[in-house]
Ligand binder design. Structure first.
Ligand SMILES: *Cc1c(COP(=O)(O)O)cnc(C)c1O
Length: 351
């Protein structure tokens, strides 16, 4: 039985990746040992790490001054690590508050410098991306969340600023082409659009590091991990391996440009049905709709259970909305085939 997984995270991974990961957990490449039990310093794992780093560089066309790290601690640790590494006590940083995750990033950064929230969409339950606010240029960086996994909004255009942008891309990394040179740091927990939970991708412009006086614990200093190639301590080997396989899959399927096109088609299919069918309505401003996390509700709240039951019977799993938003949320990350979206749309049409 094929179940389509619309869960927000941990989330769907390509079937072929899961197959290979399963085999590697028993016998990695025929060496008679599992990927789970070999040394992270073994030539086999060093090759995995090298390939993972080079795939990120290739897929995102990274400029030379950017470093690629695979850390642990989740995207949540990047909320404080970014500020701890870039922001002196008297330095300014600007933040845009677009939801649950932005709020957490703001709270953590406040411990390290002068943080100003430039704009917020909290007045309308984070259902839109703020626009038209002035952006000062005297900060160390501007922090944004490119895709708001919970509310279901996404930046179409990134803010125009001369400051480096620090961006939480946890739920839309590798989903569309981006110009990395606009960003000082990009971070993404693997478990949304890249791999299993347990590792966090950090892409950092190394020219921004080492500019503040603060003493930084060794493990929390990006320079430690750059110098040691993400092997200062034992890295999360299996999540990195599976993320590498997913990036290989991405590359074999046409890279990010092809993914972007597919993602736009999938999202259009679903949003068109939400707009067409009076049984449903979307929860976010149309121009800011996320192509990754599609949030909607039944026009009549009493129909919630009816639709949930029908979707479950049609093998569409994980569509319950986040507890803070309610309604439904269909996450249609890179690995979700268009057939899965069609299956969900077919259930919607039957309502
Ligand atoms: C899930 C998520 C996080 C939190 O990630 P963890 O790896 O669980 O810490 C942060 N930001 C965004 C945008 C997310 O979707």
């Amino acid at each position: 039985m094929k179940v389509y997984n619309f869960s927000a995270g941990p989330a769907i991974l390509p079937q072929s990746v899961m197959q290979q990961a399963g085999e590697a957990a028993i016998d990695y490449n025929g060496i008679g040992l599992s990927i789970l039990e070999i040394s992270h310093r073994s030539p086999e794992f060093v090759a995995v790490m090298d390939e993972a780093v080079s795939l990120v560089k290739e897929l995102l066309k990274l400029p030379d001054n950017y470093e690629v790290l695979f850390l642990s601690g989740g995207a949540s640790s990047q909320f404080f690590m970014t500020a701890m590494n870039l922001l002196g006590d008297n330095d300014k940083a600007y933040y845009v508050n677009t939801g649950t995750w932005s709020k957490k990033a703001i709270k953590e950064a406040m411990a390290f410098g002068q943080v100003t929230v430039l704009a917020s969409s909290e007045d309308k339950k984070f259902s839109y991306i703020p626009k038209g606010y002035d952006i000062p240029d005297d900060g160390k960086y501007l922090h944004i969340t490119s895709n708001n996994t919970v509310a279901g909004t996404q930046y179409r255009e990134f803010p125009a600023t001369t400051m480096p942008i620090v961006c939480d891309m946890s739920s839309d990394i590798f989903s569309r082409e981006i110009d990395v040179s606009k960003f000082g740091i990009i971070y993404a927990g693997a478990q949304k659009n890249m791999g299993p939970a347990g590792t966090t991708l950090v892409i950092v412009n190394k020219d921004l590091l080492g500019k503040i006086d603060r003493k930084i614990p060794t493990m929390l200093d990006y320079r430690t991990h750059i110098e040691k190639g993400s092997m200062f301590n034992t890295p999360p080997v299996f999540p990195i391996y599976v993320s590498m396989l997913t990036m290989r899959w991405l590359k074999d399927n046409g890279g990010i440009a092809a993914m972007e096109k597919r993602n736009a088609e999938k999202a259009k299919l679903l949003y068109d049905e939400i707009d067409r069918n009076p049984f449903f309505r979307g929860l976010t401003a149309k121009e800011d709709r996320s192509l990754m996390n599609v949030t909607f509700e039944t026009t009549n709240p009493n129909d919630y259970d009816t639709f949930l039951k029908a979707a479950t019977e049609a093998n569409c799993s994980g569509i319950k909305g986040h507890r803070s938003v309610g309604g439904f949320r269909a996450s249609i990350y890179n690995a979700m085939p268009i057939e899965g979206v069609q299956a969900l749309v077919d259930v919607m049409k039957s309502m």
